[in-house]
Design a protein around this ligand. Sequence first.
Ligand code: TZP
Ligand code: MG
Length: 213
Amino acid sequence: MDFADFPFRLYLVTDQKACLGRDFFWVMEEAIKGGVEIIQLREKDLATPAFTEKALRLKEICSKYNVPLIINDNVEVAKAVEATGLHIGQKDESLQQVKSLLGSHYPVGLSLEQASELTKAGSEFAWYYGVSPIFTTPTKADTYTEWGLNGLQNLRQMTSKPLVAIGNIKVSNAESVIRAGADCLAVVSGICSDPSPAKAAEEFRNQIEKSIS
Ligand code: TZP
Ligand code: MG
C-alpha cells in the first residue's frame, strides 16, 4: 500500500458486541462480500496475545479478498501480524512515537476531535484523518462534541487529506456525510448489527456511488 493512497470509500470498524452474538468472522466476511473495502480491528478489552490471535484470523479473511487490515492503537499487534496500517486517537501515543516504532512510511490514521488538532506536531504525517464523531453514537460513549455536517464542511476547507467520517453513520445519512466532504464512511453498528451485514454494506455502497456520481 502506497502511503499516499487512500482509495477506500467504505471502512468497517469492528466491535465484537455490535455483532450481537453472531460469529465475528462470519460478520466480517459477509461485510466484505457486500462491499466493505478496509477493516479496522478495534479491541479495547483484549491483551496483546489474544488481540494478535484475533488479528491473524481476520487477516486471513482480509487477504482472501485483498482488503487491508488496520489495527487500532496497538503497535505490537500491528507489527506481529504485518497489518497494512495502524489507527490512533488523540489520547493514544503520538503519531511521532508510533512512527518511530513502525517506520516513517508506515500508514497511520489519526482521529481528529476538533479542528485545532490539525496543527498539532506530527498531524501532517497522518495517512488519513478520522473525523470523530460526526454524530454522537450509542456505540461509543466517551466521544468529544460531534462535528456535525457543518463541522465536517469546515474541516474539508482546511485540509486535502482523506477524511474518514465516523459516528452514527447510517444508510439514511450516508449521502449527506459524503456531500459534506467525507472521502470515506466508517461504520460499526450500521453493518455489524444488521441482520444481513452483506446487504447493509451493499446499501452503503449504493449511497456512496450515488453521492459521488
Ligand atoms: N469512534 C468514534 S465514533 C465510533 C468510534 C469507534 C463508533 C461508531 O460506531 P457506529 O455504530 O457506527 O455509530
Ligand atoms: Mg485509541
